[in-house]
Design a protein around this ligand. Structure first.
Ligand code: NAI
Length: 462
């Protein structure tokens, strides 16, 4: 039995980041993880492997579509699927191994196994019971199930199975036009699969600025993805290695079916808290199965905290990381703060889509007076040279004060470009502050400055 100041349960981006921060602040820290490797869903079966697949298939797309134009002649590469999966696995291994190194460097004990909390102050892993003054639950989330749909991770898969398919499917149905569906749908469309996306709502990517969502759907359609919107999936049957999806069109209740080699279920995720013993401990939960916490991530049981996908808010690795640091700093006696108004969201398709802060729809609903500064990548020299002229940057600013309220980018490197706007928002900047900041030429980020200029007297290159 060992004794710790704090034990984090789960070594995903919430738990491992929190554990490292707590150790840096002089606390004795353990982190329980039952997987073979550290890093949680994000590093093992989520963010990182999917980005490797997106990168590899984007390279293929470039070779097939743009190389000849640049004078790079020759046959487009063929796909060695086994090698592509092995590249993905190497990428995972490098990253998970990196966390192990960081744990050693920071003297965080990796407690291997699955944890339960028999009582406040104690964490049981296998036969060992460890003492901890503070326990932080960072156990993440799992794919939500859909009634009538049985996942076998071979023909009917979640994102986990979709990253391990035995072969590239000829046809794929994606249920849910959210982040996972569109990222992985793009991967397989680029690999030649006929990809059909079925979405319950009348637009893709719920919650996204509507103008961006429309443009995004157009671009993905051009890339070969087919969309059926306003359709509720009723069930999936599998026969002879093929899956048939039945869905009902909401407009007239008519029922349709579609058959494919692979069905990807991407209809959201839910907190993963089973087996921790929370019910017995009397930890309060929300109606949506999330752990209830206060602003310091404390549950109603003294000494037990929760962060990341197990609590309210967007299920994003970087949100969990920020909460991990904050909970550690709070336990160490500091006064941290996570600004939930400035949490960016990124979809790593090509082009990327990124957002931060309010959407136009949100501002309209609030009845807030705002202005829009928009700039198309077509007016950006670098983007044109790199076949990336589609898309735009849109900045929303307060009509009176010019303070930036939100930003939405669809275009090259959107996931990186968004951050100068995040920093600006964190400092309460006005659009004019961005517009007056010198931006190097020729860079994609000039499009951000131009959108900021468009909030004032006008963009130069539009
Ligand atoms: P999501 O919540 O983004 O999208 C799920 C979609 O499925 C919604 O559009 C919903 O309307 C639709 N849907 C639900 N039931 C349906 C039905 N019966 N028939 C048809 N459509 C239905 O969930 P997703 O894509 O599974 O992602 C899960 C979580 O993981 C999200 O919170 C997401 O933010 C996170 N994630 C983030 C990534 C990133 O930041 N790049 C990458 C992958 C996941």
């Amino acid at each position: 039995m060992s004794s710790y100041d704090v034990i984090f349960i789960g070594a995903g981006p919430g738990g491992y980041v929190g554990a490292i921060r707590a150790a840096q602040l002089g606390l004795k820290v353990g982190c329980v993880e039952g997987r073979e490797t550290l890093g949680g869903t994000c590093l093992n079966v989520g963010c990182i492997p999917s980005k490797a697949m997106l990168h590899a298939t984007h390279m293929l797309h470039e070779a097939e579509h743009n190389f000849a134009t640049m004078g790079l002649k020759g046959k487009a590469p063929s796909v060695d699927w086994k090698q592509m999966l092995s590249y993905k696995d190497d990428t995972i291994a490098q990253n998970t191994g990196g966390i192990e190194f960081l744990f050693e460097k920071n003297k965080v004990d990796w407690i291997k196994g699955w944890a339960t909390i028999p009582e406040a102050g104690k964490v049981k892993v296998g036969d060992d019971v460890h003492e901890a003054k503070h326990i932080v639950i960072a156990s993440g989330s799992q794919a939500a199930s859909l009634p009538g749909v049985e996942v076998d991770e071979k023909t009917v898969v979640t994102s986990t199975g979709a990253l391990e398919l035995g072969k590239i499917p000829k046809t794929m149905v994606v249920i849910g036009a959210g982040v996972i569906g569109l990222e992985l749908g793009s991967v397989y469309a680029r690999l030649g699969a006929d990809v059909s996306v079925i979405e319950y709502l009348d637009a893709i990517t719920p919650g996204m600025d509507a103008e961006v969502a429309r443009q995004f759907q157009k671009m993905l359609t051009k890339q070969g993805l087919k969309f059926t919107l306003g359709a509720a999936v009723q069930g999936v049957t599998v026969k002879g290695g093929k899956a048939t999806v039945t869905y009902k069109l909401r407009k007239d209740d008519s029922e349709e079916t579609i058959t494919a080699d692979t069905v990807l279920v991407a209809t959201g995720r839910k907190p993963y808290t089973e087996g921790l013993g929370l019910k017995e401990l009397g930890v309060e939960m929300t109606e949506r199965g999330q752990i209830k916490t206060d602003s310091k991530y404390a549950t109603n049981v003294p000494g037990i905290y929760a962060i990341g996908d197990t609590i309210a808010g967007p299920m994003l690795a970087h949100k969990a990381e920020d909460e991990g640091m904050a909970v550690a700093e709070g336990i160490a006696g500091q006064h941290p703060h996570v600004n939930y108004n400035v949490i960016p969201g990124v979809i790593y398709t090509h082009p990327e889509v990124a957002n931060v802060g309010a959407t136009e729809e949100m501002l309209k609903e609030e009845g807030r007076a705002y202005k829009v500064g928009k700039f198309p990548f077509m007016g950006n020299a670098r983007a044109k040279a790199n076949f990336s002229g589609e898309g735009f940057v849109k900045i929303l600013a307060d009509k009176e004060t010019d303070r930036i309220l939100g930003a939405h980018i669809i275009g090259p490197m959107a996931g990186d470009l968004i951050h100068e706007i995040c920093v600006a928002m964190e400092f309460g900047a006005a659009a004019e502050d961005l517009a007056r900041t010198c931006h190097a030429h020729p860079t994609y980020s000039e499009a951000v400055r131009e959108a900021a200029l468009a909030c004032g007297d006008g963009a130069i290159h539009a």
